[in-house]
Design a protein around this ligand. Structure first.
Ligand SMILES: Cc1ncc(COP(=O)(O)O)c(C=O)c1O
Length: 426
């Protein structure tokens, strides 16, 4: 099947507004959903909308069977044979928070991140630092935003066994750059530190095998990989999951509870999945894995890089455009983030560029700091970017996007640059 055939499976792309279809370039935020995911959710609510686990009747049995199957599919999808290593959360953010709150840190322990983390992989460490539970350190990126392995190893060496956790973005939602996870993990393990990989932007686009990577924990969001919104996954090596603390407790996490003794908790994954769950979302997550496996993530990745190379070739020639991230589009996966080095709103009546793109062309992109505030604020402080350029714009692609859509986007941006031609470049 060709990519276009898979595009046909996305019902929301069939909508028409003002005579035009949607052009959805906001995939780093959330992806659109194919028919099988939508149908799985509909099926749950129409046919067996009951709880999992707690009851013993017909509907609950169906829920349990389908949730188990989905957990198995997710385990396969990321390369583990142990379904117990797959924990359902609400999103990547919750998965990272779960580790932050359950990891047995001692005073003086260090957690390392990069300097371009999503707020979801930074605020938790800042909070824990503020509460004197850990010390947070970061690896400054190279000038082109790539990861500096030497600096990373220097920190681990210098801190001499105090780094307990390396919590690092795999593919950045800022610029699409992918950190060298395998090398990072090998180095971290050499210094006895564990690694949590924020795979929110890598799992949807690249083949990832947790066993081959030997990663300790991995967090991702199903809604960024054609699955339902509000479902995330935490993967962890079983022994680690068994031995870390708890985050959320209550119904479904326990084996037994007594009024004057401590409760007895279940092993993973139930230990972490407190309360009744989003069963429709859990079940539809397995369908999302099947759908992406059928297309093949190698094909997806290759196709997105083609689109990114195409847009880069069309827009990098404008001197007022500053692309964020490595020069080579093959190193930016399906993400094209850029500044226009001019004010894009000439007066108060002028709409923001992304609103204009949406209103006039049905093109959906993202503007702002993309929850990577730390990177923008650091660059502003260092004088490497100009406040006048804000906001940054991000077009992020997936398998259902096309070159024709990119052409419409490029034409709209070119027209915008022409409108701004008398304004100097800052
Ligand atoms: C790299 C990265 N990490 C974490 C997150 C947080 O994901 P969620 O909002 O689904 O928890 C995102 C979402 O954009 C992301 O791109």
């Amino acid at each position: 099947m060709k990519m276009n055939d898979y595009r046909d499976r996305i019902p929301s792309l069939k909508r028409i507004r003002n005579g035009k279809p949607p052009i959805y370039f906001d995939n780093a935020c959330m992806t659109l959903k194919p028919d099988i995911v939508v149908n799985a959710i509909k099926d749950y609510y129409e046919k067996y909308p009951a709880c999992g686990g707690r009851s013993h009747h017909w509907f609950t049995r169906e829920v349990d069977e389908k949730v188990s199957l989905s957990r198995e599919k997710i385990a396969n999808f990321i390369g583990t044979k142990m379904v117990e290593e797959i924990i359902f959360t609400r999103n990547t953010t919750e998965a990272i928070n779960l580790i932050g709150h359950s990891f047995p840190f001692n005073e003086g322990d260090i957690v390392i991140t990069t300097d371009k983390e999503h707020n979801s992989n930074l605020c938790i460490w800042k909070d824990l630092e503020n509460n004197k539970k850990i010390k947070h350190m970061y690896v400054p990126s190279n000038e082109d935003n790539s990861f500096n392995l030497n600096r990373f190893e220097d920190i681990l060496k210098k801190e001499n066994g105090n780094v307990k956790l390396v919590s690092i973005v795999h593919t950045s939602n800022l610029d699409g750059y992918t950190t060298p996870a395998k090398e990072i993990i090998e180095i971290a393990h050499k210094y006895k530190a564990l690694v949590l990989l924020d795979a929110a932007q890598s799992i949807p686009h690249k083949d990832i095998d947790v066993s081959e990577l030997d990663v300790d924990f991995l967090a991702f969001s199903i809604h960024k990989m054609v699955g339902p919104s509000g479902v995330g996954i935490l993967y962890g090596k079983y022994d680690l999951l068994k031995n870390i603390g708890r985050y959320n407790v209550g119904g479904d996490t326990i084996s037994d509870v007594f009024i004057d003794e401590q409760p007895i908790y279940l092993p993973p994954p139930m230990k972490f999945e407190a309360g009744l769950q989003d069963y429709a979302g859990m079940i539809a997550s397995g369908e999302a894995c099947d759908f992406l496996s059928e297309i093949g993530k190698t094909n997806i990745n290759k196709y997105e890089i083609e689109l990114n190379s195409y847009i880069t070739s069309k827009l990098s020639c404008f001197e007022e455009i500053q692309i964020i991230g490595p020069e080579n589009p093959a190193e930016r996966s399906g993400i094209f983030t850029f500044f226009i080095k001019k004010p894009t709103r000439i007066d108060d009546n002028d709409k923001a560029l992304d609103e204009k793109l949406s209103d006039e062309h049905n093109i959906m992109i993202r503007s702002g700091m993309f929850c990577v505030n730390c990177w923008f604020n650091k660059k502003l402080k260092e004088g490497k970017i100009n406040r006048i350029w804000f906001p940054a714009f991000r077009a992020s692609f997936y398998f259902y996007n096309t070159k024709e859509e990119v052409d419409i986007f490029v034409e709209a941006i070119t027209r915008e640059l022409d409108r701004l031609k008398d304004i100097p470049i800052f």
